[in-house]
Write a protein that binds this ligand. Structure first.
Ligand SMILES: [Zn+2]
Length: 226
């Protein structure tokens, strides 16, 4: 497979793959361990067959659905330590992507020099919004001041319940809702434009929250990328 790994910002590592399928297969086990919506997957030992079963049955709505995980998602983001957590717990059905991730973690650890590291993944030549979205997750994780300020804005948002429901329906567990609301509202919020919620983006509460997050993001993201 064709893949590149580089340190794109201090403590932030970026994997680029030529193919969306290869990228998805590489991140699948680690992203699902970190942020699966399902309690028997997130933070647990699980097989990829178990992930496929629940993803098809619950997220795609039928046990017989085609498993489209790798085409459904265009970018990935995890704290790098997730790789170590998965391997420490033991993988019941390892494959060559797991060997590759173990090697990648070794390289990240050597470069990060004991500091917390974040890993993002996109395809080569992806839209700039996709890369900004994943980098915003890295900034949110690594910068405590930014995370605190953004979280305060989000938690006082008048339509927070609706945003969380859309994220939950869209396969995101509670633990990443604040992080995802921040990333989507600052880098492209088409995700929240879903049927039954067309009214949402026209509410004052939504517009005010988005404007406040965008202003905050501009300041921190510019420094982050400088
Ligand atoms: Zn995201």
């Amino acid at each position: 497979m064709i893949l590149s790994l580089k340190q794109i910002r201090p403590q932030v590592f970026h994997i680029e793959c030529a193919s969306r399928r290869e990228l998805g297969m590489l991140f699948l086990r680690y992203t699902e361990f970190y942020e699966s919506k399902y309690d028997h997957i997130r933070g647990q030992r699980f097989t990829l067959v178990e992930q496929q079963q629940v993803y098809c049955r619950e997220h795609l709505g039928s046990a017989d659905a085609n498993w489209t995980y790798t085409t459904d998602w265009s970018g990935y983001n995890i704290p790098a330590r997730t790789i170590d957590e998965v391997h420490s717990l033991g993988i019941p059905d390892p494959n060559h992507y797991d060997s590759l991730m173990a090697g990648i973690y070794g390289m990240i650890k050597a470069e990060a020099l004991g500091k917390e590291a974040y890993l993002i993944g996109t395809t080569k030549g992806c839209p700039v919004e996709t890369l900004r979205h994943e980098l915003t997750h890295a900034l949110f994780c690594l910068n405590q001041d930014y995370r605190g300020d953004a979280s305060a804005i989000i938690h006082s948002c008048g339509v927070l319940g609706h945003l969380c429901q859309i994220l939950f329906d869209g396969n995101y567990p509670d633990k990443v809702h604040t992080d995802e609301i921040n990333a989507y509202l600052t880098t492209g919020d088409a995700f929240f434009n879903v049927s039954d919620y067309e009214f949402l983006q026209h509410t004052e509460a939504y517009k005010m929250t988005k404007a406040a997050l965008v202003e905050l993001h501009q300041k921190y993201f510019m420094e982050f990328m400088a």
